[in-house]
Write a protein that binds this ligand. Structure first.
Ligand code: GAL
Length: 338
């Protein structure tokens, strides 16, 4: 081969090498997914807080479609409190070819079977609100969790009462005996939030110098009707004694308010957690002393943006600064009466 021919050949090789990767990227771009399918399973669709998150997820999907031109199918299923049903929903999501699953586990200690299925099908999972045990979370690098720090919610809840006591002790110590007598409404015993919230809100009251005395407490499983029944019973059992109702969530506070209204009892203070839509209305109406809001937009936004990135085969969004590369903690704040 003559020198000139050789030079031309090398030039051709060089041009191809320069062009090919761009061409590959171009071809890949054309192949890029224009639609994603996200399977969402809720532990109970009738839970007020979970319902608020669900609405935000739907908003996120709409916004994402508009901004990115990627069609999003959100397949939202209600497990109605049954782990068995949820396991079947996971199987169905897999058979339908979901790109990612967002799971609000019914039984947070039973996530392992769902993880097995997801791993076998290589479908990433974003768990939320009910935190799987660490051992399960560490089984695969395609497992994420979005939630709110339970201790932070509780400390914020406690500080609502501490501030109120510092401002006006008599508004809490109604009979002015130097002690604030309280009852406690707790969420599900198996939920990570219940125990931690109870412990830390009471600890915050004590540390904040509120002289407290517990009358009684009970588990109302986050539910308004169960809380209402318990409160009704306590009002009969301890007439003119209860001064404060500490509730692990807003729905139970609303249940206690229902009982107070039925019994026509006034003056008792209540605090909740969640800042659900009816919870916020109760604060505005002066029925609830305060609540703790975990930003639902950011909460659902984190679930959705991790899910969308995973569905497209990308890394989780860097701006979420996930703890240990897998946990997102939603920011929280106090909401009190104006
Ligand atoms: C809690 C929330 C409760 C309930 C529960 C369900 O974080 O405060 O209201 O929704 O999750 O798992």
């Amino acid at each position: 081969m003559k020198r000139k021919q050789k030079a031309v050949l090398w030039l051709l090789v060089w041009i191809c090498a320069a062009i090919l990767p761009a061409g590959c990227t171009g071809a890949k771009k054309e192949e890029e997914k224009r639609s994603i399918r996200i399977g969402v399973s809720l532990y109970r669709g009738d839970d007020t807080f979970i319902n608020n998150i669900r609405s935000e997820l739907e908003n996120c999907a709409k916004e994402y479609e508009q901004e990115n031109g990627v069609k999003v199918t959100l397949d939202i299923q209600d497990a109605k409190g049954s782990q068995n049903t949820q396991n079947n929903q996971v199987e169905r999501f897999i058979s339908l070819g979901c790109d990612v699953m967002c799971i609000n586990p019914v039984d947070r200690t039973a996530a392992s079977a769902m993880i097995d299925k997801a791993m076998a099908a290589e479908i990433p999972v974003v768990f939320f609100n009910r935190q799987p045990v660490e051992e399960d979370m560490n089984r695969w690098d395609q497992i994420y969790y979005v939630g709110a720090v339970a201790r932070e919610s509780a400390v914020l809840q406690g500080s609502i009462v501490v501030e109120q006591y510092q401002k006006d002790p008599k508004s809490l110590d109604l009979n002015e005996d130097g002690v604030v007598s309280y009852v406690l409404l707790e969420g599900e015993s198996s939920h990570q939030d219940s125990l931690i919230r109870t412990e830390w809100s009471i600890r915050t009251l004590k540390d904040g110098g509120v002289p407290i005395e517990k009358i009684t407490g009970g588990i109302a499983n986050w539910e308004r009707s169960q809380a209402s029944a318990l409160m009704e019973q306590w009002l009969e059992q301890y007439p003119d004694t209860i001064e404060l109702v500490v509730c692990n969530n807003d729905d139970m506070a609303l249940g206690a308010i229902d009982a107070l209204e039925r019994a026509q009892v006034q003056g008792i203070n209540l605090v909740g957690i969640d800042a659900t839509i009816p919870g916020l209305e109760a604060v505005r109406a002066g029925k609830l002393l305060g609540t703790v809001s975990s930003d639902k937009e950011q909460y659902a936004g984190a679930i959705f943006s991790i899910a969308a990135a995973k569905a497209l085969g990308q890394a989780a969004p860097g701006e979420l600064s996930l703890e240990e590369g897998k946990y997102y903690w939603s920011p929280q704040k106090i909401v009190v009466q104006p």
